[in-house]
Design a protein around this ligand. Sequence first.
Ligand code: NAD
Ligand code: TYD
Length: 340
Amino acid sequence: MSKIIVTGGAGFIGANFVYYALKHRPDDEIICVDSLTYAGNLMTLEDALKNDKFTFEKADITDAEAIDAVFDKHKPDIVINFAAESHVDRSIEDPGLFLRTNILGTQVLMDASRKYNVKRYHQVGTDEVYGDLPLDRPDLFFTEETPIHTSSPYSASKASADLLVGAYQRTYGFPATISRCSNNYGPYHFPEKLIPLIIGRAKKDETLPVYGTGENVRDWLYVEDHCKAISMIIDNGRVGEVYNIGGHNERTNLDVVKTVLDILGKPHSLITYVTDRAGHDMRYAIDPTKITNELGWVPDTKFDDGIRLTVEWYDKNQEWLDNILSGDYEKYYDKMYSGR
Ligand code: NAD
Ligand code: TYD
């Protein structure tokens, strides 16, 4: 039995991990630490809050005193850091917040983990730290040896955090692992990101903003497969190692948008090309050989199945989506997309 602190558990992937752990790690206690930014939603954790193996603590990972109090109270065995500012477009608008949360927050969590002798610290990282691959070299993939080469303030902040984790591991013998995953999709995905944004808008027959030409390629992984990989890493991953996570599901953005429109029975004419994202990465593609060979991880869900499950989930959970698509989110959409 382990006590696991999950930071950012009220967000997309963290919440999916909370549910994965409550189901697949029934002996463990899960403590979610989240400051509930715009991306964190307690409605997402409604079912978890009914489980006596689950506790929620509202705290900001950059607040050393608050984090110390949470660690002192719960004495965790394992810490998994999902908490982050995660949206590239927002990082272009306000880099400072990304540096604070993603870098300094990681430092605060590692200092607390050292003080309370945590047995394993896991940093949830992203493949975006590797920069991008050219479209005309489909033979190239990101391995754990690919040089860090960031494009956005978001990816630079995540890369900085990874470097800091590596430095703590080497300097203090800190028991850390890092994973770098490709784009996730699935339930509870915040509708500022491509897939939930187009599901929500297509259902209302609204225009679908595709950046640039829509030829950019992302390597999509169903979120539950990411959660399974992290669960395997905290159990059997080697300290000091980086593990890439991805399932060879490369799709152009245009393909993804058309697939969603076809599932919903909506016309492709809803697609609208808008000004490209500054510094927009062309292609991400993961080579997951290391995690497959070392830990036996393979993804269970193919893109065509996962995307259907996702569209169905948003259909059944309209109230969750409506709750988010009101108030501040409307202002965000107008600010980011009007006149683009
Ligand atoms: P998200 O934006 O949906 O959720 C982030 C969560 O962190 C929210 O609940 C938010 O309230 C919380 N949070 C933010 N700042 C905080 C702070 N200072 N203190 C405490 N809590 C705070 O993000 P996500 O998509 O679930 O991503 C989770 C992690 O996975 C991030 O580290 C991200 O970089 C990484 N990642 C995401 C993807 C993806 O496709 N979404 C892919 C690879 C890696
Ligand atoms: P996003 O979901 O923001 O993830 P990331 O930037 O981390 O890959 O975007 C996925 C892709 O979709 C990316 O190439 C940018 C593109 N995109 C659009 O074309 N239109 C949109 O409105 C958004 C949010 C993203």
